[in-house]
Design a protein. Structure first.
Length: 178
């Protein structure tokens, strides 16, 4: 199961990176076509969909690497017992919020599909197609938060804590405020 989850997070991160590279490609293509006085209709639509996809698809991987804003600055100042309870509460709260977010976005996209809603830009495609990346990204984030919650409740070190410890072992304290 661990290998499957790690592959899921990595695959979502790779898709996010592909989206970022695609944004660059579309923008370069658009600039080149502009120099040739050729239009690139819908480039703005494509870039906006890719931006949303890259942001949401990277969330699960980013969370597990300890790169999302967390409350560790506050938690680090607590006694070990209090820290454990506070971190449990934070992870449970994050799981509830991430789960609700994934459900609400999925419901919204399902309604877009159900009503055969089309994109309002120059590219007239069913809007649920680009919206699916947001559903997938929010679902991967929910899975990642639940994964970390389970690890924490089982007394294992969370992936974000292990990543932070590894950074500190390499004298990288960029996650701390000065």
């Amino acid at each position: 199961m661990r290998r499957l989850l790690d592959r899921l997070y990595a695959a979502a991160a790779v898709l996010a990176a592909v989206c970022l590279a695609s944004i660059a490609a579309v923008m370069l293509l658009q600039a080149g076509m502009r120099e040739l006085n050729l239009p690139f209709p819908g480039a703005d639509d494509i870039v906006s969909w890719l931006c949303a996809a890259s942001a949401f698809l990277a969330l699960g991987h980013t969370f597990r690497r300890g790169e999302l804003v967390r409350v560790s600055l506050v938690l680090a100042r607590l006694a070990p017992g209090a820290r454990r309870h506070a971190e449990s509460a934070c992870l449970i709260g994050a799981a509830v919020v991430a789960g609700y977010t994934a459900w609400a976005i999925a419901k919204f996209v399902y309604e877009s599909w159900q009503f055969k809603e089309l994109a309002q830009g120059l590219i007239q495609i069913p809007i649920w197609i680009p919206q699916m990346s947001v559903v997938l990204g929010s679902l991967v984030l929910f899975i990642a938060v639940v994964d970390e919650l389970v690890a924490h409740l089982q007394g294992r070190k969370t992936a974000y804590q292990a990543a932070e410890d590894a950074r500190h072992a390499n004298s990288d304290y960029s996650d701390r405020l000065s």
